[in-house]
Each structure stands twice: as structure tokens, then as C-alpha cells.
Design a protein around this ligand. Sequence first.
Ligand code: SF4
Ligand code: SF4
Length: 675
Amino acid sequence: MGHPLFVIFFMLGAIVFVVGLLLRLFLYWQGQWDWKALVKGVLSVFFSVKILKLVEITLMDGILQRKIFGQDKLRWLMKVLIMVGYPGILIAGHLKADVMPQFEGYSFLLRVFYAPFCDFYFFRDLTSMSPSLSDGVFAILFDLFGGMILAGELIAVYRRFIAKATPFKSSLGDIVAVNLLGGWFILRFFCEAISILTYSVPNSVAQYWFISFGLSKIIAPLGIPWSSINYPLWSTAGLFLAALVAFIPYNKKLWHIITIPAVMFVELMPPKAFQPGVRKAPLPLSVKELISLDACVKCGSCVEVCPVYTQNKQVEATMGGVFTSLKSIVKKTYGFPGMFLGPKNNQEALKEYSDHPYLCTLCGRCALECPAFIDTKQVRTALRGFMVEKGSYPQPMDQLAETLQKVRNIIGEPSEDRAAWVQALGEPPKDMFQRERARVVYFTGCVASYFPMTKRIPQSFVQILDKAGVDFTLLGGEEWCCGFPLIAAGMKKKAESYMEHNLEKVKEKGAESVVFACPSCYHTWTEACQAGNHLQLFHSTQFLKKMIDEGKIRFKEKMTKVTYHDPCDLGRASGVYEAPREILRAIPGVELVEMEGNRDRCKCCGGGGNLEMVRPDLSAAMAQAKIEEIKATGADMVITACQQCIRSIQSNARRKKIPIVVMDIIEFVLKNMNG
Ligand code: SF4
Ligand code: SF4
């Protein structure tokens, strides 16, 4: 039999844990879910190659913290120590309880809840006998993993409270959690040391608990009557452990022990697994989004890398800040008390935060840093949807929706003028590139179609396609906005009719492929067309690369030094980094120099996520920071592959009279084509 008080405390802690778990589940229950879709989604991970992916990310990202390796070394060490220590001690403890003869006769509950955490019994029972090899191995593992956790916790305390490595304030709950975590392990080592002294465990046995053994040697000279404090101290340790277990569902920091593996899993499930069910869910967020909100531990990793934060220093508008404030509103409104009191009206709080979710370009940079694996961009977009549902959001979003409703483009120009840029070409064909049927549709997008600064992009692209003999067409006035600005506004439902319309028009042309020069259109289509659509989708850079490989495009020599800016929706969102670089390398004489932040570390230019509509000053400041980075390369020009990036960088450079050449890769290719 184990230490009775220890067991009683532990069981009480477990009961409080279960109550907290039910409260958490109650909030998820309020969200949008559909049993069938969820079960199918779970099975689709278990019975596909995704299970290998899950193993890989658990090992490489979850345990070995691949994401932060080589960045902040102390943080990496802290995470690895904790992430190896916890599973290690639990697995070793449970194995020990299952295989060691000392546990024969223990009830199932004791073996599960008590034995893995406590070596109290060993010191009493093993004093007169030689430990077996297994006893020794388990003892070493216990102290090794325990020591790792303690070291990790000490680093965490140092980073948070001394080095102030996170800009978020620690709540009282966080401080209690850290104390319980560290306190339990410190107490446990002391308890073991005191048991070694109480039972006069011979060195040949005690040495396997190497940390406790060392500690026992240090405290032995104090000459305290060890047997009188042995039992009370183990009881206190039991209380600490029970409090720790009980506190898990009530504290963000501790609850993420559960939510982080859950986020890893749900991220592998297909998006349709989180579709709303037939029932009317009270909370307009999916289970996945609620789990993700829960998983945010306010670690602050998303703060310094955020190009918006770099400009406005508003920590409450960063991912961690928005997740924390809105989670608190969601909890108060839809959590357990709401069941009795009815959903609380949080209009005041919602008003206070109304623009915070919109102070972001949805560039996705923060997702690379998030140790909780949160799809930050997706969750933030869903939170914008939540704000729209609650009627608390920046007014320009309504103007955007109204303009789109009227003319189907974000500029407010007549729909029939969408392909007016063709007329400016020297000798446009009679059909103005609008054919009855074609194998390829070039989807132009609103910005390139209407903004004078960016019309050169479609004008250059149709010339390249024409020269290369591609059978293509435009949709002209039949093309509507792709819906991306509405999705970014949090009005996803409204965007659906736009996607359906465009898809219908492309099908009417009998096209096999659609090509986009706009990364946001391309990304929106790739997301929308996932379900059973056989259209091939290309970004212009991929299409150009294909034409170069097929020998349809050849280049003359051009001696110049260029740098390339990765548009967020093409790079981070769609994973297209190499196609544009390969195009540039294919042009003889072109020297490509990279910016400090390139590929997935590329800094956003400030043009995305509808930020320009809400805070044009912030968007401009981000563009200015981008210009500084471009200038630092010493390149003759910056090439990009997005009309919005061109607008953003070029407009700011013109306003500030900064002589900088900004060009879309399509225009650069046309200028340097042979013949
Ligand atoms: S998506 Fe980009 S702009 Fe938005 S919070 Fe993350 S890093 Fe900042
Ligand atoms: S969103 Fe991720 S990176 Fe940002 S504070 Fe939360 S857990 Fe940390």
C-alpha cells in the first residue's frame, strides 16, 4: 500500500481535474461541430499516411522543437528539457507500475495514479535488499527526467520573471502554475532525500536516485530527526501534485499540456471535419478554433516577428494579445456560467476590441514561431468572423461588402471595364482576349484590372501568353472578385457566391487550367477548389517556369542585380518560393541577391489582410520598413509576383520620393524575352 494521504490528495486532485475538463468541454460543445464530420476527420488521420506525419511532427516539433532550433538557444533548451522530461517520467512511471513486482496487489487506480509519481515505497521496502537491475534503471530514469523538468522550469522562471522574455504580463494563475510545477519536483527530490536518510538506505541502493542521493548527502549534516518530517513532507508533496493535477484545466499554461497535442492532431484533419453541424450552434467558432484559442500560452513568440507590432508596439493586437482578449470574452459569454445566466452581453468589451483582430495583414509570419502549432492566420480570420457576427468590427468592412455587392470589384469601378486595360495594348486582337472557349483562363483579379499602377501586369502577361502560343482567354466583365477581401474581412459566407460564380464561368469556357498573377486569388482558389475539382491552378510564376522549361520562353542577356520579395500569399500561404527564383536565374546576366528576410522569413510589405482599409498609416509604415530592407541589398530593382505588393511598395516610395524600381516578375520576363 502506498502513502495514504498522498493517494487521497491525488484522487481529490483528479476529481477537481475531471470537473474542470467537463467545463472546458462544455465550451467546445457550444461551438460548431458535426459528429459525423469530426469522426470521419479523426479516422482520416489514423488510416492514412497522415499518421506518419503526426509521428514526425510529434517527434521533431513537439519533442525536439525543430521550429525554434538555432534561434533562441535558451528557449529551445527549456522546451526540449520539459518536452522530453514530462512524457519520459510518465512513460517510465507507468511502465514501472506495470512491470515491477513491488506493485503486485496494487489496485488499478493506484498503479495508474500513484505509482508513476512517487518512489516513497522504494526507500522503505528496499533497504534490506539489493535492488534489481530494473529498480536501478527506473530510479535513474525518474531522477533524470525529473531533473530535466526542473531545469526546464527554472529556465522558464528566469525567462519570464528575470529576463522578461515575453511582453505579456503573467497572471496570478500563471505564477501559481509555475510554482506548482517547479515546487512539486523540488519537493519530490527533497522527500526522496529525506526518505533515504530516514530509512538509512545503503549507498549501494540510494545511489540510483542520483539527484536525491546527492541531496541527502548535502542535508545529512543538518542532523534533523528525519523520520519525524518524512511523512509530513511526502504528504505536502502529495498536496502539491494534487493541486497541480487539479489546476490543469483551469489554467492556460497547464491546460496546453492537453491542447498542444490536440492542435497538432486537428491541424492534420481536413477542413471539412470542422464544418458546422445540422444543429444551430450558439458560438460562431469551430471546435478547432476553440482548441487553438485554448492552446495559446501567451508565450510572446509571435510578437517580435510581427511586422505590425514592429510599427505600432501594440502587444494586445498581436496574435497572442487578440487570442487572449477574445478568448476571455468567448468564455464569459458562452462558458459554463452562461448556461445559467444566459449568454452575457459583452458588447462593451467587444467594442473595445473591435479593431484589434483587424490590425494584422494576415501575413502568416507568426505561425512559423508559434510553439503551440496554431494556424494563427486561420484562427484570426475566424475571430474576425466572430466580431462580424457580434456586430463589432471596423466600418470600412461594410463599405467593402457594399462595393462588392454593387460592382463585384473592390475598387468600385464598373464591372464591364474589368478588361479595359486590353485597349491600351498596341494592337489588341479583335476578340480582346475574350474567347468563347479556351484551355486556359487567365483570372486577372481586381487590383491588376483597375489600378493604373498595376495594369502593366496583365498587359505584359497576355503578351507573353500570346507569344508563347497559349490557348487562353480572359473572363472580362464576367470575372468577379475572387472573394478573398471578404474572407479577410470575416465575411466568409458572403464570399461563397463569388467563388461559385467564378468557378461556373471558368467551366463555361471548357478550361482545364486557371492561371493567376495575384497570389491572393491563387490561394483563395486553391482552398476553395480542394473538393473534387479537376481544374489545374497555377500562379503566374509556376506557369512562366513551365513555359521556360518547355522552351516557349527564351531570354536575352540582362546585366542587372535584383532582389526578390516573396508575397505572403504566394510564399508562406502557398509554399511557392523557388519558381520565381528559378525564373530569375534563367535570365542570363541577372544576379539575384536575397533580402535579410527571405522565403518563409520574408517581411510583409503591409499590403494584405485589409489593414490598409483600417489603418493606412500602419500599412505605409510597413511598406517603408520593406523599402529599407530592399535598399540594404544594393540591388538595382526589386522584383515581386503580386500587384498588391507593388502598389504598397511603389506608392510609399513615390510619396517619400525614394528612387526605387519595383517590378512584377511578369513584366521583367516580357522585357527580357528574346524576340
Ligand atoms: S499574421 Fe503577420 S501581421 Fe498578423 S499577427 Fe501574424 S505576423 Fe503579425
Ligand atoms: S499565438 Fe502562439 S506564439 Fe503567439 S502567444 Fe500564443 S502560443 Fe505564443
